[in-house]
Design a protein around this ligand. Sequence first.
Ligand code: CS2
Ligand code: MN
Length: 403
Amino acid sequence: MKQTWRWFGPHDLTSIDDITQAGASGVVSALHHVPTGDIWTPEDIARRHKEIATRKDGSASGLTWDVVESLPVSEDVKKQRGDWRAHIENYKVSLKNLADSGIEIVCYNFMPVLDWTRTDLRWQLANGGSCMRFDMIDFAAFDIHILERPGAPADFTNAVADEAAERFGRMDDETRKHLARNVTMGLPGSTESLSLDDVREHLAGYGAISPEQLRQHFIDFLEEVVPVAAELGMRLCCHPDDPPFSLLGLPRVMSTESDYRLILEAVDSPANGMTLCSGSLGARADNDLPGMMERLGDKVHFLHLRNTLRDDAAGSFHESEHLGGDTDMVALIAAIVREERRRKEAGRTDHQIPMRPDHGQDILDDLKRRAQPGYPTIGRMKGLAELRGVITALEHPITGLAR
Ligand code: CS2
Ligand code: MN
């Protein structure tokens, strides 16, 4: 596994120097300033490569930009409206420009409107740290009573809806606003959250799009871009829905193993792959992460290692320590190590899959600075260090995994 670190660019609170000290050897980054649908130019791409390769004092960092996360897919493409054809053509040009700069792996997602969704960005842990949490009752309170989405009550069980109504009644205005801000936080990399009216407008745009239709739009997109990526020697990898179930009545089509199978088989190519995000997929009890790695491993081009703990009967979860959640991280890493070994034996050049600690809890000095939610320096460093311990043990030639 290649140990990488997500970097949001020069304004990121974690510096390139910090990343080298954390012990990562590769960087995951994106040009967040480029509007979705526009072309990533060779100049912009070259600048980011240089920023990653250079320490504060001007010396070489030794780090390389290994993975793009994300080259976002526009809402127009997901809905097949407006400029969608032009956006797909631009996507191909961006892929070409990235390939020319030496990048082979490109992560993206196909979630309508919202990327990851949480109700609490800084949930207090017993040890004084904090983490992100998704509370089903709070989410129902937001959907039914704050957003007042007409179809919302039917999307929750009666027990959840009743508890949500009761909790909403006890919230003061400030709490309601805070909850709305957290839920509508929008895309990572931007600090803006959407207004309630923005959300309503986006939802209206999806009005009649069924999951089947969204899936077809996804396949149409892949049929265009995958051959281009394959020709360029690139590997696209789709990030799962986070959380892995439908929200706000929106269709979601990348939440389970069978969702992935369908998409990977529809456009069968090494360039059509998966980002295995254990934290996103693991929020569902019926997703077996080590098993998914065993069965789909061939198409896993990028790894997000993170853990969640489902913490109530309503379907809530929080982002636990990397080794301490519902996903058996040691079993998952063992499956990854076996996949890498198979690739190596088959002479594949991609036998080192890039992984990154996906998110971390806010601990120690993280609590004094407001990093991008989920992306504190020290919490992620702790996560990476724990994962590195497991990886080192399982990859060890003598005491590691028997063949
Ligand atoms: C990331 C995702 O911060 C996160 O949770 O794992 O937001 C990821 O960057 C995108 O979904 C990939 O397109
Ligand atoms: Mn992830």
